[in-house]
Design a protein around this ligand. Sequence first.
Ligand SMILES: Nc1ncnc2c1ncn2[C@@H]1O[C@H](COP(=O)(O)OP(=O)(O)OP(=O)(O)O)[C@@H](O)[C@H]1O
Ligand SMILES: [Mg+2]
Length: 251
Amino acid sequence: MDNNKDREVPILKAEGVHKWYGKIHALKGFNFEIRPGEAVGLVGDNGAGKSTFAKIIAGVIQKNRGTIYWKGDEVEIDSIEAARNLGIETVYQEQALVDQLSVAKNIFLGREVSSLDALGTLDMDEMEARSQEVTRKLGLRMEPTQEVRFCSGGERQGVAVARALLFKANLVILDEPTRALSSKGVDKILKFIRGMKEEGIGVILISHIFPQIFPVSDRFVVLSRGEKIMEKRQEETSPDELSEIIIQRSS
Ligand SMILES: Nc1ncnc2c1ncn2[C@@H]1O[C@H](COP(=O)(O)OP(=O)(O)OP(=O)(O)O)[C@@H](O)[C@H]1O
Ligand SMILES: [Mg+2]
């Protein structure tokens, strides 16, 4: 099965990516790839360049050098919209949601469904029904009409994951998804990740806490000061080995 996976075209491939913030060389020729249904743990110490890479892929910032391929074709991800159009969704702990809007409106933000007969008005019923369906599938109990400011941290992430599922994202980036979560919240996120993998979505998992993300990750890429220092399949490594190499390199 693994051999089949290796033959598939990567959803995303990055080659020789460099990023400078003024004099800070945050990514130094980084190479990365991810295949459909694969979860890759992108790990490393503070300031290693993990979020920088995530932001480049999500179209939040631009790389200075390097090439990005999307399903084999070279692409420029020059805006958040460009990333979304490719099918890339990013999930942060402090998810950028609009507090005063409902769960359903947040899920459909920027992609509102207009009803055919009423020109320009949103088909709230349809958006709410589809939101309900996808949040139930994720095991979330909140109502689609509920304002997002009343959602817990885990539920806010659920809204972002719901977007990913509903709009058939191909690649989802979770930057520190478990950092501020209770153990119940962590279980929920791990369940979301398994669900996304089953749907053939590629998942990039950025985390400091390896024991949590270890079981759901197929592969680990270790960054240190902007460079890849190790890459191993999950079955070839352990949370202890990953922690050790990161501590060694950062001291
Ligand atoms: N907007 C910015 N302006 C200047 N320097 C930045 C900016 N964003 C990040 N950096 C620097 O780039 C380097 C990589 O930062 P990045 O946020 O990618 O690290 P990280 O691996 O996500 O770290 P952490 O685990 O702490 O989140 C760091 O030295 C950081 O200080
Ligand atoms: Mg970061």
